[in-house]
Design a binder for this molecule. Structure first.
Ligand SMILES: Cc1ncc(COP(=O)(O)O)c(C=O)c1O
Length: 391
């Protein structure tokens, strides 16, 4: 048997030869529209900080205050000793924001999916996933042991076919449908009202991950479910605190019973140290910001930037326009080359490749934020024109 390092070197060489190698880039500045990498100042279109809150004073001050009051660490899992006031304040704020009975926060969106699906389902159950749901939902479904069925992306006929199939095999099994509302790598939207109608027709449960929609859609900026008028019909509303809300962590909003159950059965919640107080306090401040007139203003600014870039795009797949704009390149090595060329022009856009997206579907994933100026977007447009991608 080769040594561990020899074996791993060979595997890494295989990954590199397919254009799939990933490396960490050290950023020496706060996240924002302009970042510093290796001494180079770059205009960044890479973060999910859609409203520009990650470095917003109200959030950083809330985090500092929480550190001063509650310390740097949280001590233990919340069921052991760590259920600090900032976690409770966050959950009360979340439930009010999403207009649900209760909420539970987790240390990450990934942990939220793993804990929640794992708590709700077991090997006798069935989980039906949109083909493009995030890896954390796929992993959660696998770990739960439930039978997994995948419907073609946003394809209601295929979803209905899968639901019909469950009627034949169901035999008392629980059936959970899971989708995102705005998809992380394609930026398109799920037909939530139709999905709600189908899950009700077949008596299934529905979980919607609003990671890329919370803070951005709806009059109260609760998410796409609010905008489409179905928030009250989704049993399990998931999201993250690390994107538009500017902090880090994940959450579930739903009934009091659902939350009580998760406290008792969600293993990633029970067996993990609570998030640091600073993260929860920053997230609470992020939600308050989103709910304020300033939040509305940022939502509008973001929409303007999205319109500006979309007006130049060659292909616009749907009327729905999100802050995630994928410029499909196809070949993995070409996508990495395109990102490197942009970096030479001081613009940072990540090349997204397998396994984040399917093989041969590599892309530049542009994300816009409310803090990008019109000139920032014009600079990106000029660079993309030179590159001959997307425009
Ligand atoms: C749709 C979606 N859900 C969940 C997650 C995981 O959230 P977190 O980064 O907080 O673990 C992500 C990405 O980070 C995501 O894009």
């Amino acid at each position: 048997m080769p040594s561990l390092d020899a074996d791993l070197k060979q595997r890494l060489a295989g990954i590199r030869s397919q254009g799939l190698i990933r490396e960490l880039r050290r950023v020496d500045s706060p996240q924002g529209t302009h970042i510093q990498i290796g001494g180079q100042a770059l205009l960044s279109f890479s973060s999910n900080d859609y409203l520009g809150l990650a470095h917003e004073l109200r959030l950083t001050e809330a985090a500092i205050k929480a550190v001063e009051t509650f310390g740097a660490g949280s001590g233990a899992s919340r069921l052991i000793s760590g259920s600090l006031a900032p976690h409770h304040e966050l959950e009360e704020t979340l439930a009010h924001f999403k207009d649900t009975e209760a909420a539970l926060s987790f240390s990450s969106g990934y942990a939220t999916a793993i804990g929640t699906i794992g708590a709700l389902l077991n090997r006798d159950d069935i989980v039906i996933l949109d083909k493009l749901v995030h890896a954390c939902i796929v992993d959660a479904a696998r770990l739960s042991g439930a039978k997994i069925r995948v419907f073609a992306h946003n394809d209601l006929d295929d979803l209905e076919a899968k639901l019909k199939w469950t009627e034949k095999v169901q035999n008392g099994a629980h059936v959970l449908v899971v989708t995102e509302s705005v998809f992380s790598m394609d930026g398109d939207a799920a037909p939530l009202p139709e999905i709600v109608a189908l899950k009700e027709k077949y008596g299934a449960w529905l979980m919607v991950d609003e990671a890329h929609a919370t803070g951005l859609y709806g009059k109260k900026r609760r998410g796409l479910a609010e905008e489409l008028g179905v928030g009250g019909q989704i049993e399990i509303q998931m999201g993250t605190l690390g994107k538009a809300l500017g902090a880090s962590g994940g959450y579930i909003c739903g009934s009091r019973t659902l939350i009580d159950f998760l406290v008792n059965r969600a293993r990633s919640f029970i067996f993990s140290t609570a998030p640091v107080p600073a993260a929860s306090a920053a997230a609470t401040a992020g939600i308050h910001f989103v709910q304020s007139p300033d939040g509305e203003q940022r939502q509008k600014l973001l929409q303007e930037r999205i319109k500006q870039l979309n007006s130049k795009l060659k292909t616009q797949n749907s009327k729905f326009q999100s802050a995630i704009i994928p410029l499909i390149v196809g070949n993995e090595t070409r996508a990495v080359g395109a990102a490197a060329t942009l970096r030479e022009q001081n613009i940072f856009v990540p090349a997204i490749r397998y396994p984040t997206v399917a093989r041969g579907k590599a892309r530049l994933r542009v994300t816009l934020t409310a803090n990008h100026s019109s000139e920032d977007v014009s600079q990106l447009i000029r660079a993309l024109e030179t590159l001959g991608i997307g425009l």
